[in-house]
Write a protein that binds this ligand. Structure first.
Ligand code: BGC
Length: 753
C-alpha cells in the first residue's frame, strides 16, 4: 500500500565521513493506553540501517537498494511494535551506497546527488485509537559513526575505538554532533518496495588459511561469493587489520588486476577490547581474502564470509550422473546469487557491477527456473521502462542508467538501441510470462516492449534489415581478441535483424494475449517483412546464413527465421561447424543461449551433448576443470596456464554464458513449459552424452513438477515424474511415443532410449 509521507528528507549539516548517524529522541504520548501497533517507513539518499533504541529494526542490508533514483525511490515499512518504549531513540545509520558512491569505471561518484539524507516516519497507534507520528524533521541530530570510509567498490574502514551505543540511548551526552537540514526532493518518486529486500543469506567458512610465497596471509573460502567478512577479534588498540579481496589467485598471490580500480579493501582499527567487525556498507565479489595485521595466528575458525543478495525463493533444481555438469550447474546458481543483489548485474566485483541489459536478456529464462525472480526482475523492469520513457524509447546499455552521466570516451559508442541488450525490454518480460504466466505483469511491460520495437523500426535500413549503427553483436566470441570483444565472427546485421525478429514476434504475441488486435496485426506484419528481408539478404541455397558461423545458425534456427528446408540445411551446417571446431565453443553472448537448442531441434542432439560436455578451452566445462565455482565472463577468463586473461575486462562471476542451464533443465531433465506458468508442461528428457541418470524439479504456482530418469545397462529408460493438480503434462519418451497425463501425482514410464 502506498504511504502518504509528511516527513522531511533530512541531511546532516556535516558530512561525517559519508557515514552519518541521524537520531531523534522522543517520548510516547501518555494517557492513551498501551501501544497496539507501530510501523516504521524508511528510505534514504544512500543506504540506511534503521534502529530503535539500538536494536536494528530488520536484518535487511543495503536498503533501499538501487533504482533509477531520478524517478523512483523505494521505501520499506517494518512492524516495530515490540521495539518502542516510553522514551525511545529512533536512529538511522547512513552510507554512500549507490546513491553517492562510485559507479562505473570512470572513477566518479555522486551521480545522483552530493548529500546523503534519510527519510523516516514512525507511526504509533495506541489502544484508544490515538496516533502519534515521529518523522524526520529539523529537530533531529546528526553525528559521526565508527565508519571512516565506505564505498561499494572500494570497501569500508571501521574504527572500533569510535564505536559507541550512546547515541541510541535517551538522554545521551553527544559530543561533536550537529543539526540537520531538510533537502528538497520530489515526493512523487517515493514508492513501496516492489521486489525483495537484500539480506545476509548464508555463511561460508574458510577452507584454508596459509602464507603465500610473498608472505601474505591468504584465506580461501572455497567458493566465489558476494558479500563480506565477519569476525570478532581482540588486539592492540589502534592497530589495523586490512582485508583485500579477490576472485582468483595468480602466481600464488591475490589476483586483483580484474578488479580494475575497485580497491575492494576493508580496514578495521582495533579498540583493544573484543571487537566484532562486519562491513555492511560495501560488498565484494571474492573467493580469496588477504588479511594483514591480524593479532596472532589467523585460523579457519577466526573469520567467516557472509553471503549477501536479494531474498529469493529457490524453485528449480537439476542433477545428473556427471559431476562436472553438476558443478557447472552449481556455478550457474552461484552466478545468480552473486549478481542478483537488488539489480541484475554483469558482475559483482570490479568497478562496474551495472545492470547490463544484454546479460539478463540472455540469462532470464535460466534465472526464472532456478529461483522465483518475478518480483526481483519486475522491479528492475520498472526502471527499464522509466529509463526508456526518458530516452525516446531507447533501452540503455545499463539500467539504472548511470552511463548517461559519465563522460563517454571517444572510442565508446553513442548510446542507441542495440540488439540483445535493448531486446531485454521484450525478452525479460517474455521469460517471466513463460515461467510465471502473470498476465498483469506482461501488461505492465507492454508499453516498454512496443516502445523498443517502434524505436528499432526507425533504425532499420530501407531494405528492412537492422544493419546500421553500433552493435555489441555476438559479444565475447571466443575468437575475438581479448581487448576487442566486439570483433565476432557473426555479422552484426544478421545478429541484430534476427534478434529484432524475435522481439517483434514476442511483441505481436503479447498484443494478441492482451487483446490488442491492431498492434498484433501491425507487429506480425512487420515481423514478416523483417523475416523476408533476412532470408533475401542473408540466406542462400540450402540454408547458408551470412558469415557462416555457429551463432548465426543458432539464432536463425531458434528464432524461426528460416523456412523448413533451409532450416534443416542450417542445422546440418551448424552441426558441421561445431564438429569441425572439435566441439570447442565458438559463440558469444548472442549465440550461446541458443546453440544447444538449435542443434537439438534440427536432429543433432549428440552434437549438442558433445558441445556441452567438452572440457578443452573454450567450453562450458573448461572453467569447471580449472576449479571455477561461478560462471566466468570469458570462456577463458583464466588461461590454461593459470594466468588471468590479459583483457582488461575479465570477471570470474558473470552469468550470461550460464544460460545453457536453461537447455539442461528442458532437454536433459526434460521439464519445459508448454503454456505460460507451466499450466501445461512437456516432460521430454533426451538422454545422451553418456549420462546414466538426471533429474530436475521445479516449484510452479501449481505445485512441484519433477522429472527423474535413469538408464539401465540395456539402454532402457525409466522415467518417474510428478505433476501437480492443475497441470497437464505431455510426456514424450525418447522412442517417440507421446501421451498426455492429466492426473496429479507420480507416474512411471519405461522406453528404449
Ligand atoms: C560487461 C558486460 C556487458 C558488456 C557490454 C561489459 O563491460 O561486463 O557483461 O554486457 O560490457 O559491452
Amino acid at each position: 500500500m502506498t504511504h502518504e509521507w509528511s516527513a522531511d528528507l533530512i541531511a546532516p549539516d556535516e558530512d561525517f565521513a559519508g557515514a552519518p548517524l541521524l537520531r531523534k529522541e522522543f517520548a510516547l504520548d501518555q494517557g492513551h493506553g498501551p501501544v497496539v501497533g507501530a510501523t516504521l517507513f524508511v528510505t534514504a539518499h544512500g543506504i540506511v540501517e534503521p534502529t530503535i533504541n539500538g536494536t536494528p529494526v530488520s536484518d535487511e542490508v543495503l536498503t533501499p537498494g538501487w533504482t533509477s533514483y531520478e524517478w523512483r525511490l523505494r521505501y520499506r515499512s517494518y512492524d516495530v511494535t515490540p521495539l518502542v518504549s516510553d522514551t525511545s531513540v529512533l536512529g538511522l545509520a547512513l552510507g554512500n551506497g549507490w546513491f553517492r558512491g562510485r559507479l562505473g569505471w570512470s572513477g566518479k561518484s555522486g551521480f545522483y546527488g552530493a548529500e546523503l539524507a534519510g527519510l523516516a516516519e514512525l507511526h504509533v497507534e495506541f489502544e484508544d485509537g490515538h496516533r502519534q507520528l515521529v518523522g524526520t524533521d529539523a529537530t533531529w541530530q546528526a553525528g559521526p559513526s565508527a565508519t571512516l570510509v565506505n564505498d561499494l567498490y572500494d570497501g569500508q574502514t571501521i574504527d572500533a575505538r569510535l564505536e559507541s551505543s550512546d547515541w541510541t540511548r535517551p538522554g545521551a551526552a553527544l559530543e561533536g554532533w550537529s543539526g540537520v537540514h531538510a533537502v528538497a526532493h520530489d515526493g512523487g518518486r517515493l514508492e513501496p518496495y516492489l521486489g525483495p529486500p537484500v539480506r545476509r543469506q548464508e555463511v561460508v567458512a574458510p577452507v584454508k588459511v596459509w602464507t603465500s610465497p610473498a608472505g601474505a596471509t591468504l584465506v580461501d573460502f572455497g567458493q566465489n561469493l558476494v558479500g563480506w567478512l565477519r569476525f570478532s577479534v581482540q588486539g592492540e588498540a589502534g592497530s589495523e587489520i586490512t582485508v583485500r579481496h579477490a576472485e582468483v589467485l595468480e602466481r600464488d598471490e591475490l589476483g586483483t588486476r580484474p578488479l580494475r580500480t575497485a580497491e575492494a579493501t576493508d580496514r578495521f582499527i582495533l579498540s583493544g577490547g573484543v571487537d566484532t567487525f562486519e562491513p555492511t556498507k560495501t560488498f565484494h565479489g571474492f573467493r580469496y581474502a588477504e588479511v594483514s595485521g591480524w593479532p596472532g595466528q589467523l585460523t579457519e575458525d577466526s573469520i567467516e564470509a557472509v553471503v549477501v543478495h536479494s531474498e529469493l525463493e529457490r524453485t528449480g533444481t537439476f542433477e545428473s550422473s556427471d559431476e562436472l555438469l553438476n558443478q557447472l550447474h552449481r556455478n550457474v546458481v552461484w552466478g545468480l546469487k552473486g549478481n542478483f543483489l537488488d539489480v541484475p548485474t554483469d558482475c559483482p566485483q570490479r568497478d562496474e557491477r551495472l545492470g547490463w541489459t544484454g546479460d539478463i536478456a540472455a540469462f532470464a529464462p535460466t534465472a526464472a527456473y532456478l529461483y522465483d525472480v518475478s518480483g526481483f526482475l519486475s522491479n528492475w523492469l520498472v526502471d527499464v521502462d522509466l529509463e526508456q520513457s526518458h530516452a525516446d524509447g531507447m533501452v540503455p546499455f545499463v539500467v539504472p542508467d548511470v552511463l548517461k552521466y559519465m563522460e563517454i570516451p571517444a572510442d565508446f559508442p553513442d548510446p542507441d538501441s542495440t540488439a540483445v541488450w535493448s531486446d531485454a525490454a521484450a525478452w525479460v518480460p517474455w521469460a517471466l510470462w513463460t515461467a510465471y504466466g502473470d498476465k498483469a505483469a506482461l501488461e505492465r511491460q507492454y508499453p516498454a516492449m512496443t516502445a523498443h520495437a517502434r524505436r528499432v523500426e526507425g533504425l532499420l535500413s530501407d531494405n528492412d534489415l537492422w544493419d546500421k549503427g553500433f552493435q555489441f553483436g555476438d559479444w565475447l566470441d571466443p575468437q575475438a581478441p581479448p581487448d576487442e570483444p566486439f570483433k565476432a565472427k557473426a555479422d552484426n546485421g544478421v545478429v541484430a535483424t534476427a534478434c529484432y525478429y524475435r522481439t517483434l514476434r514476442q511483441v505481436a504475441a503479447t498484443a494478441e494475449i492482451l487483446g490488442i488486435p491492431d498492434d498484433a496485426g501491425y507487429f506480425s506484419a512487420l515481423a514478416e517483412r523483417v523475416r523476408s528481408a533476412f532470408q533475401k539478404h542473408y540466406v542462400t541455397e540450402g540454408g547458408r546464413v551470412l558469415s557462416d558461423c555457429a551463432t548465426v545458425y543458432a539464432l536463425a534456427i531458434e528464432f524461426g527465421l528460416l523456412d523448413e528446408a533451409d532450416r534443416q540445411g542450417a542445422g546440418d551446417r551448424l552441426a558441421e561447424l561445431v564438429r569441425d571446431n572439435g566441439f570447442r565453443i565458438s559463440t558469444g553472448f548472442a549465440g550461446t543461449p541458443f546453440v544447444t537448442d538449435a542443434l537439438t531441434s534440427t536432429g543433432h542432439l549428440n552434437d549438442a551433448y558433445q558441445l556441452l560436455l567438452e572440457r578443452e578451452c573454450p567450453s562450458w566445462l573448461y572453467p569447471v576443470t580449472m576449479g571455477a565455482t561461478t560462471v566466468w565472463e570469458r570462456w577463458d577468463s583464466m588461461l590454461p596456464d593459470g594466468t588471468i586473461n590479459p583483457g582488461e575486462m575479465t570477471s570470474f562471476n558473470h552469468y550470461a554464458l550460464g544460460a545453457v542451464a536453461d537447455w539442461m533443465h528442458r532437454t536433459i531433465a526434460g521439464i519445459a513449459p508448454l503454456a505460460p506458468g507451466y499450466d501445461r508442461v512437456l516432460i521430454a528428457p533426451r538422454p545422451g552424452g553418456g549420462l546414466t541418470w538426471a533429474k530436475g524439479a521445479l516449484d510452479t504456482r501449481h505445485g512441484t513438477i519433477a522429472s527423474d530418469w535413469s538408464l539401465d545397462d540395456h539402454g532402457t529408460l525409466s522415467l518417474r515424474m510428478t505433476v501437480p493438480q492443475g497441470v497437464e503434462a505431455t510426456v514424450r519418451l525418447p522412442d517417440g511415443t507421446e501421451r498426455v497425463v492429466a492426473g496429479a501425482g507420480d507416474h512411471q514410464f519405461t522406453a528404449s532410449s
